[in-house]
Write a protein that binds this ligand. Sequence first.
Ligand code: ADP
Length: 258
Amino acid sequence: TRASLAQAQKMEAIGQLTGGVAHDFNNLLTVIVNSLDLLAIKLNDPVAIRCLSNAQRAAGRGAELTRQLLAFARRQPLRPGAHDLNMLIAGFEPILRRACHELIVFALHLAPEPAMAHVDARLFEGALLNLVINARDAMPDGGLLSISTECVSVDESSRFVSLQPGTYVKVSILDHGTGMPAEVLRRAMEPFFTTKEIGKGTGLGLSQVYGFVTQSGGDVVIHSEVGKGTTVELYLPAADAASLLQSSSAASPAVTPV
Ligand code: ADP
């Protein structure tokens, strides 16, 4: 639709802008971090050492933020390969569970067949963790959090502007949490957009997920209803068995998307 095309163009423009700023900022941070490290060797006054370690921690946090921004802005090299997302999710489940609290009922509904998709496994796991943390934060009093996979085919007549016709693995992260009002839903994937308290949210979680998925050739769809909950759907391009053989026999080189 026209609205989703405008949304995609807006995200593209934000990506270009943040990518440029984050890149230059990262260079400056590198100079700061290196200088602080050098200074640390020379210092022996305890107060100065404490100041320095605060500055080092703050610079480290800044570096982490620029890393997340660069991920959104597609400036990070991808290492895609053919992976069974069912296996990646099952393997990562203990960490996802640990990110939740005891009132959350965690459930997996994985497709019976292998859910082969072409993704960077580490970034996929990072995206899942972000989505699980959001679902957790939306359910302070507990509730259901489910992750499911399904192999789907998208044809010409689909409502997706940014998906090529073809087969995809749909990964859905569902929660029975607070849900989002329309205005929040509209802006949720923008970098730095957050409704969380200062120190709790950076507003970079969903933008990172969006960057990773679109960079992989897929798309993100969010359904949300206030008081009912939220489902985030990731459409990731399916990989066939042949590409699995290929990627396991030769280490795939890093690809920097343009
Ligand atoms: P952050 O989590 O740091 O705020 P995100 O980009 O991950 O940043 O999310 C942006 C905003 O979208 C959140 O502050 C929240 O308002 C909303 N949001 C994201 N996921 C959910 C969810 N599962 N349920 C309700 N609101 C959500």
